[in-house]
Design a protein around this ligand. Structure first.
Ligand code: GSH
Length: 236
């Protein structure tokens, strides 16, 4: 049986990979261990982690496959690898057009939502020097995210999961629902389909197990923002 190790930070984008791994484990298809990193403590910049991922990001997946050891970074690449290795977990639709739709969601969430808009809110100091300019960057990021939430809500079904059956898309969506709540977008009041979908996702045993393991919930408080934002990330 394949064995994986996931390097994650509580509530970070690695949460999606963690849920996918837990679903795979519960389906009896593979086992995994995990290593926890605390981003506000700077664990991701410590030499022992940089030796594994010089970019200093989670998630990282290490694995042993047919006797060969490997390390993979980048959320989408890790998800693609896991979903391809374990199609029996049924975490992606099988019809090509439906599978492409899943990747449309995952790609949009990882790029437009995470790497673009949320980064402006998390790390405005990466985009501008003065405090006034940083405040503007953050405000623009928030406006972009609001547009994204309206778009997202309009694409979600009234029942079931994003693509009908539970899939990796729902594992990714719950990450951003939690971030949206923590950053004051009150998605529970404004986006009823997204809120109901998130409740259904949270009700899954795999998701509850991962939330317990990461020691997170949907209402935990935001940590204080570190002063040196560029070097040390906040926990989203
Ligand atoms: N492009 C990367 C981005 C990963 C990423 O930004 N991870 C964040 C957590 S959500 C991180 O590790 N931040 C630590 C830091 O920037 O110091 C991916 O998609 O995996």
């Amino acid at each position: 049986m394949t064995h994986y190790r996931l390097y994650y930070a509580p509530g970070a984008c690695s949460l999606a990979t963690h849920i996918v791994l837990e679903e795979i484990r519960r389906a009896g298809l593979a086992d995994y261990a995990s290593t926890r990193l605390v981003l506000p403590s700077g664990d991701q910049k410590k030499p022992e982690f940089l030796a594994i991922n010089p970019r200093g990001h989670v998630p990282v997946l290490s694995y042993r496959l047919e006797g060969v050891e490997g390390v993979l970074t980048e959320n989408l690449a890790i998800l693609k690898f896991l979903l391809q290795q374990h199609p029996e977990a049924r975490l992606l639709p099988s019809a090509p057009a439906d599978e492409a739709r899943a990747w449309e969601w995952l790609s949009w969430l990882a790029t437009d939502v995470h790497s673009f808009a949320f980064m402006m809110v998390f790390y405005p100091a990466r985009f501008a020097e003065s405090l006034a300019a940083q405040a503007e960057v953050e405000a623009k990021g928030r406006a972009l995210l609001t547009q994204h939430w309206v778009d997202l809500e309009s694409r979600l079904p009234a029942e079931g999961f994003a693509l009908g059956a539970f899939s990796a898309v729902d594992a990714m969506l719950i990450v951003f629902y939690r971030w949206a709540k923590r950053y004051g977008f009150t998605p529970q009041s404004h986006y009823p389909r997204w809120a109901a979908l998130s409740e259904r996702t949270l009700a899954r045993e795999s998701v509850q197990a991962v939330f317990n393991d990461e020691r997170i919930n949907l209402t935990d408080a935001l940590p204080p923002r570190p002063t040196h934002l560029f070097q040390i990330g906040v926990t989203p």
